[in-house]
Design a binder for this molecule. Structure first.
Ligand SMILES: Nc1ncnc2c1ncn2[C@@H]1O[C@H](COP(=O)(O)OP(=O)(O)OP(=O)(O)O)[C@@H](O)[C@H]1O
Ligand SMILES: [Mg+2]
Length: 282
């Protein structure tokens, strides 16, 4: 996926005009797990909606899976584009609308012209992936818990079998266990070859799961780098919070203590464990 001098202005030529993306040139390689970070309002959600042509650039151009998306032009092959890049909005559970879970997850595949039996099969596979068994098929999405509803919404995207999965704050509002289960699912999809783009404010997720980081600031790309470099090289104008493991590592190094990496990891695991069993003042 390649963006070339992309601009996006909301409500152009009105008093509410707002330039949310400014001259964004960026490549996201296939097979990567990329974090998209930046302060609130920096343009992250605006950017990702360009990747499957939900929003079109008001200036500039991007190429996704060989399809060109240009300013003011309805792209060709929009269906294949949407199938290629599946976009999970922030709080996707608010977009469920069918009577049953099964129908909701089947909606995408049916809409893309798949036969009902095939769509059903895909829906069942996707629901299995997100950890919802057949007892959920005939339930109404509205009677589920927030976390379950989110999983149904994600299954709806997975049922399209996208090659790229774009996630806008997928763990926001979930409890730690739910968040971990959700991230494990994305990791396993990544390991099976899916490209993942994760919008997040959570530096622990960035550190633990991603391999590249794109930093947005006021509609620009401030930096694109590897995850390790993101944490180790200071970025002017964007102070990065180090996750606890890295803080400990740097602290130990700063004290001149020569502790092997593995031992620091063990120490960190111990601290995490103590925190979990609540014997540690957080
Ligand atoms: N439909 C819209 N009309 C006008 N301005 C908008 C619209 N949607 C977003 N904006 C503005 O564009 C800017 C970028 O918004 P965007 O939602 O892309 O930010 P974000 O980085 O995703 O923020 P957050 O971390 O809070 O989700 C913000 O200043 C926002 O107010
Ligand atoms: Mg956003």
């Amino acid at each position: 996926m390649k963006l070339d001098h992309v601009y996006h202005t909301y409500s152009k030529k009105t008093p509410y005009q707002f330039e949310a993306l400014k001259d964004v040139t960026l490549t996201i390689e296939e097979g990567t797990f990329t974090a998209l970070v930046g302060h609130t309002g920096s343009g992250k959600s605006t950017l990702i909606q360009h990747l499957n042509a939900l929003l079109l650039p008001t200036q500039g151009q991007l190429t996704v899976n060989g399809v060109s998306i240009e300013a003011n032009k309805q792209p060709k092959n929009i269906k294949s584009l949407r199938q290629y890049a599946g976009l999970v909005f922030q709080f996707p559970e608010y977009q469920l609308f069918e009577e049953t879970v099964e129908q909701d997850v089947m909606f995408g595949p049916l809409n893309f012209g798949m036969k009902p039996e095939e769509a059903k099969k895909r829906a069942h596979e996707a629901l299995h992936l997100v950890g919802l068994d057949e007892s959920f098929y005939s339930r109404s999405p509205f009677e589920l818990s927030g976390g379950e509803r989110r999983r149904v919404a994600i299954a709806g995207i997975l049922a399209m079998q996208p090659k790229v999965l774009i996630l806008d704050e997928p763990t926001a509002g979930l409890d730690p266990q739910g968040a971990k289960a959700m991230m494990s699912l994305f990791v396993s999809l990544f390991q099976q070859g899916m490209t993942i783009v994760l919008v997040t404010h959570d530096m622990e997720l960035v550190y633990e799961y991603t391999d590249h980081v794109v930093v947005m600031q006021e509609g620009h790309v401030l930096k694109k780098t590897t995850t390790l470099d993101f944490f180790l090289t200071p970025i002017e104008g964007y102070p990065v919070m180090h996750p606890p493991f890295l803080q400990l590592l740097l602290l130990v190094q700063a004290k001149g203590i020569d502790l092997p990496f593995d031992q620091i990891k063990n120490l960190m695991q111990l601290i995490t464990y103590l925190k979990e069993i609540q014997r540690w003042p957080v």
